[in-house]
Design a protein around this ligand. Structure first.
Ligand SMILES: C[S@@+](CC[C@H](N)C(=O)[O-])C[C@H]1O[C@@H](n2cnc3c(N)ncnc32)[C@H](O)[C@@H]1O
Length: 253
């Protein structure tokens, strides 16, 4: 089994939450889909519960699984202070068996791009099929690749995020470089963390790029029928300029 290479990046859920504190655009979309499909719901790669918790707060039964203990620790800490019951499991999405069927399964926020190898993609899809009820929905949320973004000057550091440090009154700045591997379709991103003026560490983020026709074919040949493909969280139809590939599927029986 090949190790997933993003565990170090996600070791601290408090940093993750501050980094993404202003991103909430996807939550109304998932709440709407939860209303449609109903409980039970499974979020794969749930992280710190950024989406899981708002869904549970609306009264849905939801389970979250993620590979990173640091992210799950934050998720569990948050619900301790709320009157909420959510099962958060530390499991790799390539190898899970919860012995339960779900009416809605989703993998949000480009998390699927952490799965690089075809055999792992196939295992993950097989697990999802096995956990999806016959009339259930599966939603995959990945970005629509923009070659101009990948082919930037690999040496040039760009400011990617600025957010309050969870452990001091300083600001964290993340600078980014990237190099795109055209053969493997992996965007090899490096993040350089600075707290205040001090350089702290460097992390790798390797994102598998799924081109639109490729992901549609992968879903089809792994037993899913696409029923909607949106280009954003307002459900605009997917097209060439769409920022997202938001794909809603059913199991092919
Ligand atoms: C971009 S974060 C998304 C977290 C959360 N869903 C959100 O929307 O904020 C990606 C998550 O994928 C998780 N992840 C990566 N590879 C995984 C795997 N093989 N199995 C389960 N989780 C994985 C990471 O630990 C991380 O929490």
């Amino acid at each position: 089994m090949k190790q997933i290479d993003c565990e170090a990046l996600y070791r601290d859920g408090k940093h993750y939450d501050n980094q993404h504190m202003n991103f909430k655009d996807d939550i109304p979309f998932y709440l709407k889909k939860a209303e449609f499909y109903r409980s039970p719901i499974l979020e794969i790669a749930c992280g710190t519960g950024r989406i899981t918790i708002p869904i549970a707060e609306k009264g849905f039964e939801i389970t979250g699984l993620d590979i990173s203990e640091g992210m799950l620790t934050s998720a569990r800490e948050k619900i301790k202070e709320m009157d909420l019951k959510i099962d958060f499991f530390k499991i790799d999405c390539r190898y899970f068996n919860l012995k339960k069927k779900f009416k809605l399964i989703f993998i949000p926020f480009n998390s699927f791009c952490h799965i690089h190898e075809l055999s792992d993609i196939e295992k993950c899809f097989e697990n999802i099929r096995n956990h999806l009820s016959n009339d259930g929905g599966f939603i995959l949320d990945i970005f629509n690749p923009n070659p101009e973004y990948f082919l930037k000057n690999p040496e040039k550091k760009r400011t990617r995020f600025e957010y309050p440090d969870p452990y001091s009154d300083k600001t964290v700045t993340i600078y980014e470089t990237n190099e795109y591997d055209k053969a493997k379709q992996i965007n090899r991103i490096k993040w350089y963390y600075h707290i205040g003026n001090e350089f702290i560490r460097e992390e790798e983020l390797n994102m598998r790029i799924f081109y639109p026709q490729e992901i549609d074919a992968l879903l089809k040949y792994n037993g899913f029928e696409i029923i909607n493909k949106y280009g954003d969280f307002n459900e605009a139809p997917f097209d060439s300029d769409s920022p997202k590939q938001l794909i809603e599927c059913k199991r092919i029986k």
